[in-house]
Every structure is written in C-alpha cells, then in structure tokens.
Ligand binder design. Structure first.
Ligand code: GDP
Ligand code: MN
Length: 384
C-alpha cells in the first residue's frame, strides 16, 4: 500500500528530518483547515500539492508553486491525477532549492535487508524513470555509522553539508525500520540556498500484510493540531484559529474576517486570530472576546462589522456589553457599516467614548499602528 506525501512527511518529521511547514486541507470547502492555511500563509510563496499516493505530480500539474494558493487549490480540487481523484491538498511554505538530491531506503530484493540508495541528481526527471538511478546503493544495518555514510555520500558527489545529509540518511533508516516499510523515499531531498537539508517530497510503501501499522499511520495523519484556546472556542460553537500576530480580529462572517486579516497584513501588521462570529455576535460576544483576549500576544483589537441580515446595532451591542464585562486594557478600533450602523456607531460613542472609523482601512491601520507602538513600549519599558 502506498501512502500520500503528507503521511510520509509526518513519519520523516517524527524521526527528526526537516520538512517544510505545511497544512493539509480537504478538497471540499468551506472547511476550517483551508481557512487556517489561507491565514497562516497569507501573502507568502507556497507550494500547493495534490495528495494522491502516486509520483510524477510535478509533471502532471499536481504541484504548483504560487503566491495565490486559493486559486491553485480551486483548480486542483476534485480533478483526476492518473487513477486518483484529488481529495486532499497540501499547502507548504516554499523552499529555495540549491540542489535536489535523491535518497531512499528500500528492502533489497535479493537479501531481504535494507538498502540505502542515493543520487546527487534528484528531482522530477529521476522519478519518471521506473528504476531511479542510484549512484550509491549500500546495505545498511541496525546502527549505520555516520562517518562511514558521509564518506560514501561524498564519494558519490553529495554537495555540502555532507554530514547533515548523512545524518538525514541515518534518520531515514530509523523511520524506515519503525514503519516496517518496503520503501521510504525522499525525492527531492533539497539542500536549500541557506544550506539546510529539507525533505520536499516523501513516498512510503508498506507491505499490505502490515495492516496494524497502516492504521496507526493513517490515524496519525488525520488528527489536526488544535490549541487549547481553539478547543475552548469550539465548545462555544465558535470557529476560531489562533495565529501568532498581535492584532486581534472580531468580524462577522468568514469573508469579511479574511478580508480584515489580509488588510492587517497589507498594512504591515499580523493578525492574532481568525474568528467567525456571524449572526450570533450578540449571544456569543463574551466567550468570543474572552477567547480573542486570552491570546497573550494580542496588543490591539479591530472590530469590523458589516450588517445585512445580522444587524450592526445588535452585534455591536453584544460586543459593548462584553467589553464592559471583561474590561480589557488594550485599544479597540471599530469599523461599522450596513444595516443598523447609525445606531451602532452612536452606541460606541456613548458607551465606550470611542469614535468609529468612516473607512475600514483607516480602522485597520490604526489597530496595526497601536499594536506596533505597544510592542515598542514593551521592548523599551523593560530590561529583558
Ligand atoms: P512529484 O513530482 O510527485 O514527485 O512531486 P514533488 O513533491 O517531488 O515536487 C516536484 C518538484 O517540484 C520538485 O522536484 C521540486 O523541483 C519542485 N518543488 C516542490 N516543492 C518545492 C518548493 O518548496 N520550492 C521549490 N522551489 N520547488 C519545489
Ligand atoms: Mn517527488
């Protein structure tokens, strides 16, 4: 049985081999992982990769390097690559490649023991031929000697850092053994322009009779990472994702929330969260605000409401009540438009003594600036 790249990479990663930061998303949307991926990789160059258990994707359109992952995902989802329908897509940070190497451990047909294969010429061309050209094929035993590995790799034309590539070979061997694999392949194993050694692809084949092992690998791969705060938000029925920026976001609807996050990034800030509050803003304002503020990185808050069926005055009323209850000591900036906006803006002036912004961009710029100023304060205000 062949596994997808994502499963193989998780196995590699657990054994200490570098893999790019990535998020696997389901091809049917909307879904929370897609939102998370868009938020985490906003504006960054990424690799968008169809997760089908077969190689040759690079040549078949299943690997796209882009700064616009949404379009690439939309084009790829549900299409066929060979015999497989694309149901899952991996979005990864892009890596700058200096060299593409080939490395694999496979069961040696003649001895039944493990065989390490290596070539300094990795990449999509080597994969398209049935038998990859291995410049080095050496039998490895329980504890491969790393300096011996390094010598053999260097002789085969391995570029620097040879010791790190040798360490990767030893880790690959350990991962191969742990998974009871028939084949565990990294192609390409990239040496980046920064001199790091990173597995850009992974292929794992496990004997069909090793059923228990397969199940274990499959469950490992399907559990999405959730922070404590995200779990708490889910208990209240809130769709919340914790990010590592400093501008807290409270907006109604997934679309406006994403737009707000994009604008924060555009103006040089970083969003602290995704939170979809929707028409429940009134009843859920307290837990929503609690969750947003519980993130210790939050330095300012943008409240961005656009009313249609959900009225601005109702949503804003909820937030004001929550604000009075929790009394946070960070600045808050309001952009309020649509149904009930006049009443809502009056409420903000009257109850919080704050002036809502006429334009969304101005509110967001102010929130970004406040977060940056507060970070400066915390740097100059302490000795640490
Ligand atoms: P495969 O064709 O199914 O084996 O898919 P791969 O995962 O091997 O990707 C194919 C090719 O895409 C690789 O050989 C790389 O040249 C390229 N590629 C994949 N990820 C990245 C990346 O992060 N940065 C760059 N620059 N190229 C990448
Ligand atoms: Mn590959």
């Amino acid at each position: 049985m062949d596994f997808t790249e994502q499963v193989a990479k998780q196995l590699l990663s657990r054994h200490g081999i570098n893999t790019p930061t990535g998020i696997a998303v389901s091809a049917d949307w909307p879904n929370l992982d897609l939102t998370r991926a868009m938020a985490v990789f906003a504006g960054k160059p990424v690799a968008v990769k169809a997760q089908v258990p077969a190689g040759g994707r690079g040549k078949a359109g299943g690997v796209v390097l882009t700064a616009d992952p949404m379009s690439a995902i939309a084009r790829m989802a549900g299409t066929k690559l060979g015999d497989h329908t694309v149901k899952q897509i991996l979005v990864e940070e892009q890596v700058n490649i200096a060299h593409e190497l080939y490395m694999a451990v496979a069961v040696d047909g003649s001895t039944g023991g493990p065989l390490l294969m290596f070539s300094p010429e990795g990449g999509v061309d080597i994969e398209s031929s049935d038998t990859p050209l291995a410049t080095v094929a050496m039998a490895v035993d329980a504890e491969p000697d790393q300096s011996q590995l390094a010598t053999a790799l260097a002789q085969a034309g391995c570029p620097e850092p040879v010791d790190e590539v040798a360490a990767t070979a030893a880790r690959l061997f350990a991962a191969f053994t742990a998974a009871d694999a028939e084949l565990l392949e990294i192609n390409p194993l990239a040496v980046t322009t920064d001199g790091a050694v990173v597995a850009l692809d992974g292929k794992l084949t496990v004997d069909d009779s090793a059923a228990g092992r397969q199940e274990q690998l499959a469950t490992h791969a399907s559990v999405p990472p959730v922070t404590g705060l995200e779990a708490k938000a889910a208990e209240h029925g809130l769709r919340f994702i914790e990010l590592d920026g400093s501008v807290g976001v409270l907006a109604n609807g997934a679309g406006l929330t994403m737009t707000t996050m994009d604008a924060i990034t555009h103006y040089g800030g970083r969003p602290a969260n995704f939170l979809e509050i929707g028409g429940d803003a009134y009843t859920l304002a307290v837990p929503a605000l609690e969750v947003v503020l519980a993130n210790p990185k939050v330095r300012s808050l943008i409240v961005n409401f656009c009313g249609a069926f959900a009225r601005c005055d109702v949503m804003t009323g909820g937030v004001i009540e929550a604000w009075k209850t929790l009394q946070p000591d960070i600045p808050v900036f309001f952009s309020i438009h649509g149904t009930g906006m006049d009443e809502a803006r009056d409420m903000v002036r009257r109850e919080l003594g704050a002036e809502p912004f006429e334009y969304m961009d101005d509110a967001i710029k102010a929130a970004v600036r406040a977060a940056a100023d507060s970070d400066d304060d915390s740097v100059t205000g302490t000795d640490s």
